[in-house]
Design a protein around this ligand. Sequence first.
Ligand code: ADP
Length: 450
Amino acid sequence: MSRKQSFQVQRLSRSGVAWQLFMQVAGLAAVFLLLGWVFGNMGWWLTLGLSLYLFLQLRNLWELDRWVRFRSVLHPPDLSGHWGELTALIARIYRRKQFHKQRVANLLREFRRLTAGMPDGAALLGPDNELLWFNQKVERWLSLKRKRDVGLRIENLVRYPAFVQYLERGDFSHSVTVLQSDAQQRWLSMHLVQAEGSKQKLLIVRDVTHEIRIETMRRDFVANASHELRSPLTVISGYLDALAEDTELEKTWQEPVREMRRQSERMRALIEELLQLSRLENSGDMSDSQVVDVCGLLTFLRKDVLSLPVRPAEINLQLDSDVCLLGAETELQSVFANLISNAVKYTPNEGKVMIRWWQDPDGGHLSVSDTGIGIAAEDLPRLTERFYRVDAGRSRDLGGFGLGLAIVKHALQRHDATLTIESELGKGSTFICHFPKERLAARDVPIVVT
Ligand code: ADP
């Protein structure tokens, strides 16, 4: 039945009840008026009739009221007419309410059972980050107690500095990983999810100890293997150098020895890049920040590029700010050098490379743009992965291993900076490093550009 139809039925039945009541009163009045007319004193008979009617109505009302109050233990009263209909209607509404209550209770029980068996922890936070509910995993991992902690603000209970900062910052697009302080040394990844338009937040807690251990093992393996390879390679390179300088070396061996030297040099460069990446990945927070003269560094790097025999015709440097950066000079030099060397490598000789350093209210920015081969949109998200090369053959010919941008990414992360890449195939690319304003430092010596 449509809404409109059911509405009409309700109206009909309501007007039907009113008409029924009116007819009852009118019929009763008529009977008692007739009795008054027959026996005399019509007013007295009419009052008697109406009082009787009123008494019956009050008695029905009393019965209904008693049943509504104690309906869980009493049976519905056996009333006739519209009182009976009213009783049936109330009984139906009550049954429906009971049904929905039971359904919600079942759902809640099921939800509790499921969340208790969940491998992840989950907690619901109110508008002021107060704990509204949490499952057993959260209770265990974050040492919370249901009776004691529900209603308290989470930052007063979960005091990991990284988590408190994450909560204060309000950017929940990523998770934060903390090391549990108890004997188990468990790594927990905490992610807050806020539905649009809702003031409540869902905290999802995952045990990522296994992933972190595997990642650490992988890093250690790469670092150790690279380190172990360095010594034998130094010996091989030494003998190859000696052989190459040997004037008595047979002619047939001269070219193979030259090729072996080239390859061993390539291996040395690869090992150096792998070690550099491992150092960046394994070093914790930056504690040895120094004031780095960005203008001086860029001027030096530009000069280096200008001295290359093969390079794009124009290498421009635009310094719109003389502000310095707080960070590790070697790492920043590696970032800038990698970006500039890529721009030079992937831009033809008649092309152009522009380097710009500027400052705005958000912080300091360094852009390296080129008019080179460009990068297809589908390759952009993968560029900073280790060993990712758009055209492996071309990159190899140019001496690349696909590690440069991975080094850039990690070094920037250590400086709280981000990298954005814009590129169009065949037109060129722009790589921009964004440093937060907290990383800027005023320079104390005047800038000299040569
Ligand atoms: P590589 O040592 O191979 O240059 P990178 O990590 O520095 O490694 O760069 C990864 C890949 O990104 C490169 O192989 C190249 O395909 C692409 N790339 C990087 N910079 C540029 C650029 N300025 N123009 C075009 N392609 C680029």
